[in-house]
Structures are given as C-alpha cells and as structure tokens.
Design a protein around this ligand. Structure first.
Ligand code: AMP
Ligand code: TRP
Length: 333
C-alpha cells in the first residue's frame, strides 16, 4: 500500500533543532522510503493567526523553503508548496469548521498556551487554527502525518472531524482518517536554558536553541553554555526524570547519531559533562553546518526557490481542487 504523507511547518522564522529532529528529518526519511508519496507544505495561512510583518513573512516563507531543500527534501520526489497558493485549503477549512464542534476546539491546549491570559484578544484564526490544519491533511487523503509531539492533539481532532464529516454526509471513507507519525525516541527537544520548556522559535533567548542557520562557532558556544547539573554524566540504569538537562542533551545526541538513549548513556556513563559537550558539539557541527551552509547558498538563488514553489503549487492545486469539488458535491453546493 502506498503511504500518503502530508505535513506542514509554519514560516515564522528561526527554524531550529527541535523542528529538524521533531519534523524535518523525518520528512526526508519518509520521502526516501519505498511506496510513499510526500506533500510538504509551508503553512503561511497558519502563520498569520499571529500578527506578522508582511516583509518578514515573505522572507520567512523563502527561508523555510530553503531549509526544507537544504535538509534534503527533494522537489523531484516530494511536492513542496506554500498553503496560501492553494485556495482549497481555506475553502475546506470553512466547510470543516461547520462540522467541528466548539466543545472539541475548547479542549485544544495549544490555543490555551498561545492565547495566554487574555483569550478575548486572541484572533479567531488562532482558535480555528486546528480546523485549517485538518483541511490541509484531509484534502490530500493523507494516510500518515509526521509531526512533533505537540501536534498530537490537533491530529486527534483532525480524525474526529474526518469521521464526523463522513457520517454527516453519508460518505463512508470519503475523508481518510490519518495516522500521526510521532518520533518514538525524542519527539520533544527542550530548551538549552530550561529543560522543562520545549525548544521554541518564540523563546526570547537565542541561547535556548540551535537555529538551523547557526554557524560552527555559535553552535559550539551555545552547547558550552547549555544548562547542566553538577553531577557527572548519568549511569546506565539511572532514572533521568530528575535530570531533565542531561536527558535532553543525551536525547539530542541519540537522535542525531541515530542510536537509542541506552547506547548514548553507556557511551558517556560517569564522564564529565565537558567531555560529552565536546562530542555533542562535534556531532551538531557535523550534521547542522552543512545544512546552514546550503541554506545560505540557496538564498542567493531566489529564482530557483520561486520555481520550486510554483511547480509544487501547481501539483498541489490539482489534488486539492479535485477533493474540494467532490466535497462540495456531497454538501449540495
Ligand atoms: P512549528 O514550527 O510550530 O510549525 O513546528 C513545525 C514542526 O516542528 C511540528 O511538527 C512540531 O511538532 C515540530 N517541533 C517544533 N518544536 C519542536 C521541539 N522543541 N521538539 C520537537 N519537535 C518540535
Ligand atoms: N500546526 C502545525 C505546527 O504548528 C503545522 C501544520 C499546519 C501542520 N498544517 C499541518 C502539520 C498539517 C501537519 C499537517 O507545527
């Protein structure tokens, strides 16, 4: 059976190691597996749920695309496009917002976190955000959606919406109910400054994250400054629950070297943090610097990047237009 993969990343700047290990690295692995058809979307409509400077948004869309390509997403193998260039996403989102229930959306923890204390001032778009996400996924009959752990709840909502649409319109199996694909080992990369918070582009401290555009020296200095505790590296059977910094850094090491946590623990058991940090920096420089160099190179060739989006949008439009047409027919339009 062919696996149809769909995922999206917001063009909100500062793509970081968490985005890479939680999402983009997976996108590349899936693209290179047999029997997969992959669609990767730069979700610019999602980005405007929070106020964006038009000039910055434009720049961030191109930078996100450059990051995709530099990380190994190949426009010959995968469809890469930006959401606002395919009108069916917004149209589908409206239709599905008439299927989704307020009670379902009220449970979304990401909205609560992002809206903060003053919910009244959040945009309606921020509240309806997961419905647009469902539209993205369902228009492409996606069977699998690779995302970081923070998107699990939105995926569950998407499944509920699909099932509800199918039953409301007596169209069994019309919208495909997708499976989340969440990294088993390290689906949450935490801040380098506070391992109880996830690594995030919105953290005011740049030292809290490794950006995919950071150069070698910056990576080394950020790892040097990363928070640790005063004990030596943990032993194999030590429970890391109370040592979140050690767990996070070892997790990053494990993910980048494609080995499990146990093996990494064994490699560094009882050693000093400084020795481990040196190895971790080397590995990060080895994996991330080629990506950041390639991003810089690609950004000098805007025409090449624009052409990728144009071609991807054409292909995406064809698929999404067909699905929305059938959807409208079922509704009675
Ligand atoms: P966003 O930048 O919020 O659009 O996220 C893009 C993708 O990266 C989503 O699949 C997220 O789940 C994933 N992601 C973002 N931050 C992290 C993190 N700290 N750890 C793991 N995955 C993440
Ligand atoms: N909401 C996702 C995030 O913030 C991005 C996203 C939008 C997405 N549409 C999607 C992810 C569809 C997977 C599938 O990370």
């Amino acid at each position: 059976m062919v696996k149809k993969i769909f995922s999206g990343v917001q063009p909100s700047g500062n793509l970081h190691l968490g985005n890479y290990l939680g999402a983009i690295k997976n996108f590349v692995d899936l693209q290179n597996q047999k029997n997969t058809e992959c669609v990767y979307c730069i979700v610019d409509l999602h980005a405007i749920t929070i106020k964006q400077e038009p000039k910055d948004l434009k720049k961030n869309i191109i930078e996100t695309l450059a990051t995709f390509v530099a990380s190994g997403i190949d426009s010959k193998k995968s469809i890469i496009f930006n959401q606002s260039s395919v009108p069916a996403h917004a149209e589908g989102s409206w239709i599905l917002s008439c299927v989704a229930r307020m009670g379902w959306l009220n449970r979304m923890t990401q909205f609560k976190e992002k809206a903060g204390k003053d919910k009244e001032k959040a945009s309606v778009g921020l509240y309806a955000y997961p419905v647009l996400m469902a539209s993205d996924i369902l228009l492409y009959d996606a069977t699998h959606v690779p995302v970081g752990h923070d998107q699990k709840q939105h995926l569950e909502l998407c499944r509920d919406i699909a099932q509800r649409f199918n039953s409301d319109f007596n169209a069994a199996d019309f919208l495909k109910v997708p499976e989340p694909l969440i990294q088993k080992n390290f689906s949450r990369i935490m801040s380098l400054k506070d391992a109880t918070k996830k690594m995030s582009k919105s953290d005011p401290s740049d030292l809290s994250r490794i950006n995919l555009t950071d150069d070698r020296d910056l990576i080394i200095s950020k790892i040097k400054k990363a928070k640790t505790d005063s004990k030596p590296m943990p032993s194999i059977d030590e429970n890391l629950e109370k040592r979140p910094e050690a767990e996070n850094l070892l997790g990053i090491y494990s993910s980048l070297s494609n080995q499990n946590l146990e093996r990494s623990k064994k490699e560094f058991e009882g050693k000093n943090f400084s020795e481990f940090k040196r190895k971790l920096s080397d590995l990060l420089v080895d994996k991330i610097s080629p990506i950041s160099d390639e991003i810089k190179k690609l950004l000098n060739d805007k025409k090449y990047l624009d052409d990728i989006l144009l071609e991807g949008s054409k292909k995406a439009n064809e698929i999404a237009y067909k699905k929305i047409k059938e959807m409208k027919k079922l509704i009675g339009f």
